[in-house]
Design a protein around this ligand. Sequence first.
Ligand SMILES: [Zn+2]
Ligand SMILES: [Zn+2]
Length: 392
Amino acid sequence: MIPPKTHAALDAASAALLLAAPTALGWPSRVSRPLSALGLGVAAYSVLTRYDGGRAPVSLSEHRMLDAAQGALAIGLALRERDPVIRRTVAGYGLFSLAAAALTAPKGAPGLSVEGAALPIRNGDLVEVAEDVAYMRLAIVNVAFIGKAGAADRGWLLVDTGISGSGDAIRAAAARRFGSARPAAIILTHGHFDHVGALRDLAEHWDCPIHAHPEERPFLDGSRRYPPASPEVGGGMMANLSPLFPRGPLDVADRLRDLPQGGELPAVPEWQWIHTPGHSPGHISLWHAGRCALIAGDALSATRQESCYFAATQRPELHGPPAYFTPDWAAAEASARRLADLRPEILVAGHGPALAGAEFKAALARLAENFSSVAMPKHGRYVEGAFHDQSS
Ligand SMILES: [Zn+2]
Ligand SMILES: [Zn+2]
């Protein structure tokens, strides 16, 4: 990461170069004019930037995107230029800008290596992790099935519904495991877009209710959007892209039911739900005390979800909740501790492969113990005590 003062100095030098150099070098107006415009642009957004990480008027993450955009514009200009010297110089400037934009991206929370703890999984495979739990990866997110294979009609539960377009894959997996038996309900760990993609489709197909925590209701009955994403948390391209992710509101009020207050769940009496807020206010996890099996939704992640590379390859790493969508880190830490105190033997998180074994158990204890250094990003609108900004 480039220190703020160096970054500001580089921006000032870029603006000055773009404005003065083309004229000083006697370059024709076809290049000097667009480069001057670019220089004015850099000067303008740099003046408006809070390099110390503040938000208004231009945040550092918006600034990074502008740095990258003007670098890309310079490269575009170079590609259309016939003079080889001008071409090379302008392209060099553009590449330098892109590299600087990449270098200024913050690192994100380190997480913990759990390479040996992951159960192998391929996209679309239904994997049984215990007699009455199976899960399936759908591109970047998991869904889970609670109930023994061959369970009776209304005798099993679906947990979350993947990204939009996942309906057919989930129906096919359910048919393999339960035949024509329908679920008693769809349980939502929370209502983020990557967990509710096929929700309406499946609830209607099976004519079943949707159960969620009462504090998640506003995001599921059409009354509220989730708070804005925080791309400043860093960690990779998913974080950069997060302002583009849908934040609702979704409206499934006609089928939505509050979870029973005592922690019990329909159809599977050995399982209970646990309130694990932080990533979202009504986030829940699911727990089987006899098997020490935990379905944690996004209260924990088994891969570095802020990174496109990790999200695509599902490389195992134990993390806290996906950082760009987590508005309350104090609550997220308390939830991670609560889950670690259960001492689970098996974890199915919302993202990443299922984890089990001694390496996983040690990593979860360490994550809960050192949450702020292992799982929390250093930067972000919700990190520096700014828990109040919940507006959309
Ligand atoms: Zn989420
Ligand atoms: Zn998620």
